[in-house]
Design a protein around this ligand. Structure first.
Ligand code: SF4
Length: 344
């Protein structure tokens, strides 16, 4: 990774650096256009810069993008997964999920994760460190380069708990939505949290329309303490209050994610607990199919249990959808990302 970052510099910052290198200030706009609009990451291909300026830039920024350890594409659904090698040798994963008219990038915010949700492969590797703002932005650039497409949507659902790395997360969002940068609309971005209440409260007061998803999974404290250990810090009551305040402040619908596990949280009483949790909240339940990985004790909920579960929610008037699992073949689906495991 470069010492001086091209990605983190605002346009004024970049202009200063460019003039320091003895180039006209307007070069900064040209460079940002190449990177953020045309996704060209090699100075040699920036054809409107003079050869001598390209040389100066190459010396100042020897590497624009870090090496990609591996990029795999699922032959079933074309989901692509990049394993990126960071400057300190750590590996982080980012996923490109093509849709009919969309391209969703799923980004990581940490190397590993301290939350250790019982059914998540990332959690099993423990927490290593937070990603920097630049390391978050670089995932986008690498996915554009590898998939050949710009993102229409970005979801922070990869490795790590985004709200435990809020400074870098919010800075990255500001860069991704900057008109001089990628210019993505804030409503095209979703942050998924295991229930970090401080983060939910901070997001509520930020400008823009970034979407909030909460990985709820189960709506009784005893079970959630096991499935999502974050619950021991922020109980369901505290979390519900934060969600309720968030909705009151933003008037935006919150997604509650529920990974259904066989005989763990897929029974009638689990559905009823969820109905009670949702009562009076502007929410939508997204059922996520469990993606099994080696060493996991859990099983995907049988189709019939899932159907009955949905029926209970629908009867109570709660909007519910089932998220199609993507990238299973390459271990890129929800809960399957684990850079370290791959390294081993
Ligand atoms: Fe961390 Fe998310 Fe995995 Fe939970 S589900 S351990 S918060 S990465």
């Amino acid at each position: 990774m470069t010492e001086k970052s091209l990605f983190l510099s605002g346009i004024d910052d970049l202009k200063n650096k460019i003039t320091e290198l003895g180039m006209p200030a307007f070069r900064a706009n040209q460079i940002r256009d190449w990177i953020f609009k045309k996704f060209v990451f090699s100075f040699d291909e920036m054809t409107n810069l003079s050869v001598s300026d390209r040389k100066k830039l190459k010396e100042a920024y020897p590497k624009i993008l870090p090496p990609v350890e591996k990029y795999e594409v699922d032959t079933e659904d074309n989901t692509g997964k990049a394993v990126i090698k960071l400057a300190d040798g750590e590996l982080v994963e980012a996923v490109a999920i093509p849709g009919e008219d969309s391209m969703t990038f799923c980004l990581s915010t940490q190397v590993g994760c301290a939350v250790n949700c019982a059914f998540c492969r990332t959690g099993k590797q423990g927490f290593k460190r937070n990603l920097s703002t630049e390391e978050i932005i670089l995932q986008v650039m690498i996915l554009v380069k590898k998939s050949g497409k710009k993102p229409t949507n970005i979801v922070f659902m990869g490795m790590g708990e985004p709200f435990l790395n809020r400074k870098a997360l919010f800075e990255a969002i500001d860069i991704l939505t900057d008109h001089n940068g990628l210019g993505l609309a804030t409503r095209r971005i979703t942050i998924s949290t295991s229930g970090v209440v401080d983060g939910i409260r901070e997001l509520a007061f930020r400008p823009g329309e970034v979407n909030l998803a909460v990985s709820l999974h189960v709506a009784d404290n005893n079970s959630r303490n096991i499935l999502v250990p974050m619950n021991r810090k922020y109980s369901l009551e505290v979390l519900r209050e934060a969600i309720s305040d968030y909705i009151a402040k933003t008037n935006r619908r919150v997604t509650l994610e529920v990974t259904l596990l066989k005989n763990v949280n897929d029974q009638y009483n689990d559905a009823m607990n969820l109905v009670r949790f949702c009562e009076g909240l502007l929410v939508h339940v997204n059922i996520v199919r469990f993606n099994k990985f080696k060493g996991s004790q859990y099983e995907q909920s049988p189709e019939n249990n899932e159907k009955e579960f949905r029926k209970v929610l629908k009867k109570a008037g709660i909007p519910v959808t089932v998220r199609k699992s993507r990238g299973q073949e390459i271990m890129a689906a929800c809960g399957q990302l684990a850079g370290k495991a791959l390294k081993q």
